[in-house]
Design a binder for this molecule. Structure first.
Ligand code: ADP
Ligand code: ADP
Ligand code: MG
Length: 454
């Protein structure tokens, strides 16, 4: 097993990783910025190293500082969490070169799948359908205009290195493509350090469905799918497992395509293959792979009973998968509500502050992943995620009832949060009946804002 694990992250995921390490008897080192010196992760870890100032580029994105903390603390392994350096191939390589274990796939796999245009080619080679689009990156506007004729409008211009819902622009016709293409290139360069972009047909009324996989380098298994269609600005807000849109045959086809792709890569670790699903035609299309743990992983844990973060640590330590696919069963339904420090009544304006009173829901099938404690000051420097409330029930109806109760039982004062948004969502007939796509929440928020203005 791993001897000592350094956590190169913060917030709820740092706390989540500490819990998994502890259950396997692995001592932990929290690598924290100065702004996180009094964080819950810092309080819970066996050791704490301050790696730099609040700004992420000087702390959580500072590979050298993280490696130094690993050396100084005698850690033999590093878990990158999500965001920050989790999908940075150069970091994975530097960790390996320093003689340490990176909890995730090797640098080559991260490089291949982290480049979204390259990931599309890899998926096609494994026989997995992709959204119709450009064969790869586009050299220039002329190439884009030629390619767009085949792809068809409307289409998306996507940054090859993009992520987090950023680096995607829409073009409805050639004129718009002429205007947007250079902007997309410039933005991609500024945000992701590469101006490479590619085109993808815009799939209307698509559902975002993704497959969780685990691989040990030889074999891969899937832990079924999650549906994450309720999004704002292409960022997930509310997720569930399984997807209510799939029938058994569709689920089987989707999940086995993900395993095929993972095995074609000799994938090691936890990963997610994201797809768009057209519920009218029943077709699915691969869009990208995330070679890391994802924010919404708990819903898959709830419906399979498998601890994904523990599994990542075991795989990193060299263990083989302990299950065959038939051992992994789907039980009931789970959903996750992301609680952010944003005010849904004021266009999701960020609202960091100090936690005044705090009470989490309890009971059968209820789980809260959070780094908050009473008196904690939420720093303004980072992602606004405060907590994830996850519920599990024997079916979707029971999960919804438990979610409703969980929201009623939650107390969180001191800042505006997205808690009310989730109450609205749970009460909405479209959400209850699972009649939604990736555009539904935006449309609904726009309608609501229009009504409020009258
Ligand atoms: P998930 O895919 O796990 O649902 P998100 O898309 O919400 O995750 O991303 C998790 C975190 O990682 C967010 O803080 C997001 O901003 C960040 N992130 C994801 N991809 C990138 C990227 N390529 N560059 C910078 N930040 C990213
Ligand atoms: P990121 O790396 O930022 O997570 P993705 O490629 O996963 O980017 O896309 C994020 C979201 O954007 C998807 O969940 C979906 O809502 C939307 N999207 C992406 N590609 C398409 C497409 N071809 N057609 C329609 N919507 C898309
Ligand atoms: Mg994505």
């Amino acid at each position: 097993m791993l001897k000592k694990l350094l956590i190169a992250n913060r917030g709820e995921i740092a706390v989540r990783i500490i819990r998994a390490a502890r259950s396997l008897g692995i001592p932990t080192v929290a690598a924290c910025s100065e702004a996180d010196a009094d964080s819950l992760a810092a309080r819970q870890a066996d050791e704490v190293y301050i790696i730099g100032p609040a700004r992420a580029d000087r702390s959580y994105l500072n590979a050298e500082a993280l490696l130094q903390a690993a050396r100084d603390s005698g850690a033999d392994s590093i878990h990158p969490g999500y965001g920050f350096l989790s999908e940075n191939a150069a970091f994975a390589e530097a960790v390996a070169d320093a003689g340490l274990i990176f909890v995730g796939p090797d640098a080559q796999t991260i490089r291949r799948m982290g480049d979204k245009a390259e990931a599309r080619r890899t998926a096609m080679a494994a026989g997995v359908p992709v959204v119709p689009g450009s064969p790869g990156e586009l050299e220039n506007l002329d190439a884009a205009l030629r390619c767009a004729e085949d792809v068809g409008y409307p289409l998306l211009i996507k940054a090859s290195a993009g992520g987090g819902g950023r680096g995607i622009r829409i073009a409805h016709d050639a004129d718009e493509l002429r205007r947007e293409f250079p902007i997309a290139q410039r933005e991609a360069q500024a945000a992701f350090g590469s101006d490479a972009v590619y085109l993808e047909r815009f799939i209307r009324q698509a559902r975002h469905i993704e497959v969780q996989i685990l691989g040990d380098g030889e074999r891969a298994v899937h832990l079924f799918e999650r549906e994450c269609s309720l999004q704002r600005r292409r960022q997930k807000v509310f997720e569930e497992a399984p997807s209510a849109a799939l029938n058994g045959a569709q689920r089987e086809a989707l999940c086995t395509s993900a395993v095929r792709l993972a095995e074609s890569l000799g994938y090691r670790g936890a990963g997610t293959l994201e797809y768009l699903f057209d519920s009218h035609s029943g077709e699915f299309f691969f869009i990208e792979m995330n070679t890391r743990i994802q924010v919404e992983h708990p819903v898959s844990e709830m419906v399979t009973g498998i601890d994904l973060v523990q599994s990542m640590l075991r795989i990193a330590a060299g263990e083989k998968l302990e299950w065959s696919q038939e051992d992994i069963r789907l039980e009931g339904a789970a959903l996750e509500m992301r609680i952010n420090a944003e005010d849904p009544e004021r266009n999701f304006f960020p609202s960091p502050g100090v936690v005044e009173s705090l009470g989490w829901p309890q009971g059968e099938g209820v789980r809260v992943d959070s780094h908050l404690y009473p008196g904690y000051r939420v720093p303004a420097y980072y992602d606004s995620l405060l907590a994830k409330i996850i519920v599990h029930g024997k079916d979707r109806a029971e999960a919804f009832a438990r979610a409703q109760q969980a929201l009623e039982d939650t107390t969180l004062t001191g800042m505006a949060t997205t808690l009310p948004l989730h109450s609205w969502l749970l009460a909405d007939p479209r959400v209850q009946s699972a009649q939604f796509d990736t555009g539904t929440l935006e449309t609904w928020l726009a309608e609501r804002a229009a009504v409020a203005e009258v």
